[in-house]
Design a binder for this molecule. Structure first.
Ligand SMILES: Nc1ncnc2c1ncn2[C@@H]1O[C@H](COP(=O)(O)OP(=O)(O)OP(=O)(O)O)[C@@H](O)[C@H]1O
Length: 261
């Protein structure tokens, strides 16, 4: 579905991504984890073809991502970025409708309107539809952009990919779980999700695979049980931890800190 082969990316002699290779299969939920500055956002932007227009190291559906038609790719791939513009002067329903821009020229169709309604409902943003964006809270803004990105992928195409950079920022616990469940539902329909997360336990609970980064290098890429070990996590995050078992789903449960006794 998506293959990255020896991805290398440098800015002014500073190597941000160092020979990273991995393959994401259809239906997989992949969480990218790693400390601040590890290269998580850079990797997500790179595989999304935002950093190097002649990128020859990322294949999406067997074709170089840089060679995809610019109008066709947004129907198969959507990206949620960490930093959203703060000065949007539109009403919320129009912000979400931006996700349908690849589908119409001047006037949205009924289908476009239905897609907007569907994903506003799912992201719990319907009640905000006539509000102006600039006055929304951080978590509300986050959910509006999530609705926009999901609306973009509302079509009959199979095996789509969604790339999300810290989608849980500013969300309360119930909206964090709702968001992860939306992503999980997409992957259960054979779409692929690659998601940058900071919460290791949520990644452990929801992801099929963890891609662990440190200083631009891929440290591990495997199931949560194989990646989230005490040795690996305390080494990568440079912080002591204890790994237990989450009684809800039997996945690794990471507890940070040191026993002071
Ligand atoms: N355009 C750039 N020029 C120079 N350095 C950059 C540039 N973009 C990113 N970096 C540096 O590359 C490193 C990786 O950045 P990136 O944003 O990918 O990290 P991250 O793992 O997503 O971090 P965080 O968890 O803090 O969001 C950081 O040290 C950052 O300062």
């Amino acid at each position: 579905m998506l293959k990255a082969k020896n991805v290398r990316f440098a800015v002014k002699n500073h190597l941000l991504l160092d020979e990273i290779s991995f393959a994401a299969e259809k239906g997989e939920f992949i969480a990218i984890l790693g400390p601040n500055g590890a290269g998580k956002s850079t990797l997500l932007s790179y595989i999304s073809n935002e950093l190097e227009q002649k990128n020859k190291t990322v294949l999406f559906k067997e074709k170089l991502i840089s060679q995809w038609d610019k109008r066709e790719l947004p129907l198969h791939k959507a990206k949620f970025s960490q930093h959203q513009a703060g000065d949007i002067t539109l009403e919320i329903k129009d912000v979400v409708m931006m996700g349908r821009y690849p589908y119409f020229d001047n006037t949205p169709s009924e289908k476009d309107g239905q897609a907007v309604e569907k994903w506003m409902e799912a992201t719990d943003t319907t009640h905000l539809k006539n509000r102006s964006y600039e006055h929304l809270s951080g978590g509300e803004r986050q959910r509006v952009h999530l609705a926009r990105v999901l609306t973009q992928l509302e079509n009959n195409i199979e095996n789509k990919i969604i790339l999300l950079d810290e989608p849980l920022n500013n969300l309360d616990v119930s909206h964090q779980f709702k968001t992860l469940e939306i992503i999980k539902n997409l992957t259960e329909k054979n779409n692929t999700a690659i998601v940058v997360l900071h919460d290791i336990n949520l990644a452990s609970q929801f992801a099929d695979k963890i891609l662990l980064l440190k200083k631009g290098k891929l440290v591990a890429y495997d199931t949560p049980a194989n990646v989230l070990t005490e040795e690996m996590i305390s080494e990568v995050y440079n912080f002591p931890c204890y790994v237990s078992v989450n009684p809800i789903n039997q996945q690794p449960l990471i507890l940070f800190g040191q026993n002071k006794k």
